[in-house]
Design a binder for this molecule. Structure first.
Ligand code: ZN
Length: 245
């Protein structure tokens, strides 16, 4: 393995060697060569934010699975100890439910009840993935939420949305990007995006956006799950939309 890159950890802010963090976790099969795309490259090539348009778009082929060298070893191992298993369990449950519902054409959304998913850990894992894939220093306010596994204080400026990705094996992320929307005048949305089969997420920063996030566009809002008590294992999602333009 090559020497670790050095830099500022995106979670704790300490400077030092950064470790390779697999997203999604290596234990979920993310160890094969995988194509990793950036939304900005899709936009540049096709003039759209439609993440299904990866044809002809520049990508990184990541030989040992998709990952980022943006957080330090201490943070990486804390996340690994506390959140990875919860995330993997939830995703495998979601994947199974998605397979079951695939024949159900014309359904506009999936109602999901997962009964053995540690909800708070799942949300923390997702937020840590956004820390890893967004610009350094932009999410230091999530440090306590992530490094104290019982904390329920996700800063108020964030709103988190989830949607289903019915197929595919590539990984797509965006970092923070500002989008102009025409909603009775020009408004801006500042958001970050992560997607890989079977789910994707939008993280919306209300502080730097002038538009209200539109659930029809971003999927099912799961922000309130960050307030769930540690140990609660049931998750209810309604109208979890399939990603479709
Ligand atoms: Zn760190």
């Amino acid at each position: 393995m090559s020497a670790n890159k050095s830099g500022i950890c995106h979670i704790c802010g300490n400077e030092g060697p950064l470790s390779y963090e697999h997203i999604p976790p290596r234990s979920m099969g993310n160890s094969r060569p995988t194509k990793s795309y950036r939304v900005a490259d899709i936009a540049e090539k096709h003039g759209t934010l439609d993440v299904k348009r990866t044809d002809g778009v520049h990508y990184h082929q990541q030989q040992r699975g998709v990952g980022f060298e943006t957080i330090c070893r201490n943070c990486n191992s804390y996340l690994g100890r506390h959140y990875v298993k919860a995330y993997a369990r939830c995703i495998s449950e979601l994947g199974a439910l998605l397979q079951e519902s695939k024949d159900d054409k014309g359904c506009t959304g999936i109602h999901l009840e997962a009964h053995n998913v540690p909800v708070l850990s799942f949300i923390k894992h997702v937020i840590s993935n956004f820390c890893s894939t967004t610009q350094p220093g932009t999410m230091f306010d999530c440090r306590d939420f992530l490094l104290d596994c019982e904390s329920r204080n996700l800063p108020d400026r964030y709103r988190l949305f989830m949607f289903l990705i019915p197929e595919g094996d590539s990984f797509i992320s965006s970092g923070w990007m500002k989008i102009l929307l025409n909603e009775g005048g020009l408004k801006t949305a500042n958001l970050a995006f992560i997607a890989t089969y079977p789910v994707g997420f939008y993280l919306y920063d209300t502080e730097t956006s002038t538009a209200e996030p539109d659930p029809a566009r971003y999927g099912c809002e799961i922000t309130s799950m960050a307030k769930t008590a540690m140990g609660r294992r049931a998750m209810f999602l309604s109208r979890l939309a399939l990603y479709d333009d």
